[in-house]
Design a protein around this ligand. Structure first.
Ligand code: BGC
Length: 454
């Protein structure tokens, strides 16, 4: 597979997010976010710390002080696009009032990107809500729509050289894990917080899309969604029905309202009548003509019918029970998933360009005598890119691909063991080391690697 097959206008980039890489959690006037608070929770003998090995995001890659080095690496690998996020609590410590020093940090990143001919793509919300706003209800408070709008409008005002904006990163994950299962910050559980957070996230996408475009119609404003490919364990009708329900809960619920199809909730017995009404009452407001859709796919999941749970009659079959092709996240390595995801999206006939804003693999990369030989990651990228190309060849309008991730980072509740980076980070010394996969990308993209950067 040659890079030219993707076409000259296809863009190549790498992604990171603020909470996962910046460290410096209270430098430069930054306020606390829900993830700072989540990591600060004490371990008690009857209650485990929410993060594996009781890790803390403050010990991540210190991108705050190493951003130039990281952008140098990105450039020398051969990427021309860089996706990163703004820590809302860095630029607005209480969620509402400006901290100039915070904006200056992002202005320097943007300036450094542009100086190096790298195009910035900024995610406005990658899960690190200011704690002050969570104390007022966070995503369950309808006011979030105004808070997010004010924050986003301020960001585009302070970063006028940035054209590409991603509104929210994967609502299904921050709403599902943070407000239903309670395994991500802010650790809330239950159907009611889930329903509210889901609806408010969708309202945010809609309102702020129009706000930003009203201020500057030339901006390229999209939003990123997680799309996990769902299959049933076999072709028995009740298992197929269960897989359909899982697909609705995991994918469609978060995407279809935004494309004007309303909430697909008729068959969801888990939601009460009043919860359904909460969603339905203004679902007609949600249709948003996003300039692009950010597609994030990592794996597939299998489901079957579960007669023991009449409210939610589905059973998830964990990948570890069905395959040995696992990543460090215990996710199945299944390249056709990205192809199926893209084909399914094209069937909506939206006429909206797609960008893969994340795709990657977590491994347990260790530095050996010959560097970091992450061949499994190279194979992962080769096979997934081939599937992207197959979809593109069939006419799907895919305009770019961002790897996840540029550097090893804090993997939320999983801590530091799963490493997603093309660049290894020693979390103690903060030393960066390019992995074999970075060298592979460099060759694939046809750039010349500056060996002094290794
Ligand atoms: C998130 C990233 C995360 C990655 C791997 C995506 O859901 O946007 O922040 O690190 O998946 O889990």
């Amino acid at each position: 597979m040659k890079v030219d097959r993707f076409g000259e206008s296809f863009i190549w980039g790498a992604s990171i997010s603020a909470a996962q890489t910046e460290s410096a959690t209270d430098s430069g006037g930054k306020g606390p976010s829900i993830w700072d608070e989540f990591c600060n929770r004490p371990s008690r003998f009857f209650k485990k710390h929410p993060i594996k090995n009781s890790e803390h995001l403050k010990n991540s890659a210190d991108f705050y002080n190493h951003y130039k080095k990281d952008i140098d690496h990105l450039k020398f690998i051969g990427f021309k696009h860089f996706r990163f996020s703004i820590a809302w609590a860095r630029v607005m410590p209480d969620g509402e009032n400006i901290n100039l020093e915070g904006f200056e940090f992002y202005q320097s990143i943007v300036a450094y990107c542009l100086k190096n001919d790298i195009t910035p793509w900024i995610t406005l919300y990658h899960w690190d809500l200011p704690l002050a706003l969570e104390k007022k209800g966070g995503w369950t408070n309808p006011e979030i729509v105004n808070w997010f709008d004010h924050y986003s409008k301020t960001c585009i005002q302070y970063l006028p050289n940035v054209k590409n904006w991603i509104l929210l990163n994967e609502p299904s994950v921050f709403v599902g894990a943070g407000y239903f299962f309670g395994i991500h910050a802010p650790g809330r559980k239950g159907v009611t917080p889930f329903i509210k957070a889901l609806h408010h996230a969708n309202l945010c996408i809609n309102k702020t899309y129009y706000s930003l475009k009203n201020i500057n119609p030339d901006l390229n404003v999209g939003s990123s969604f997680s799309f996990t490919h769902i299959e049933s364990t076999d072709s028995k009708p009740q298992n197929k029905k269960a897989a359909k329900l899982a697909d609705t809960l995991i994918n469609r619920l978060f995407f279809e309202p935004i494309i004007g199809k309303g909430y697909p909730i008729e068959n969801i017995k888990l939601f009460s009548k009043s919860q359904k009404n909460y969603l339905k009452k203004d679902e007609y407001l949600l249709k948003t003509p996003l300039d692009f859709i950010g597609v994030q796919n990592y794996t597939r999941e299998l489901f079957k019918y579960n007669f023991l749970n009449p409210l939610l009659p589905i059973k998830h079959i964990p990948a570890s029970k069905r395959t040995k092709e696992l990543t460090m996240m215990n996710w199945e390595i299944h390249p056709p998933s990205i192809y199926h995801t893209l084909i399914k999206l094209s069937q909506y006939q939206l006429n909206t360009p797609l960008y893969i804003t994340e795709n990657g693999i977590a491994l347990n990369d260790v530095i050996g005598n010959n560097g970091i030989q992450d061949y499994q990651r190279i194979i992962f990228y080769q096979s997934h890119l081939q599937e992207v190309l197959n979809a593109k060849d069939e006419g799907v309008d895919i305009k770019g691909y961002f790897t996840w991730s540029l550097i090893d980072n804090f993997e939320w509740a999983e801590g530091y063991e799963p490493r997603f980076g093309l660049i290894h980070v020693d979390f103690v010394t903060k030393k960066r080391t390019l992995k074999e996969s970075a060298q592979w990308f460099n060759q694939f993209l046809g750039r010349k690697l500056d060996s002094t950067l290794k």
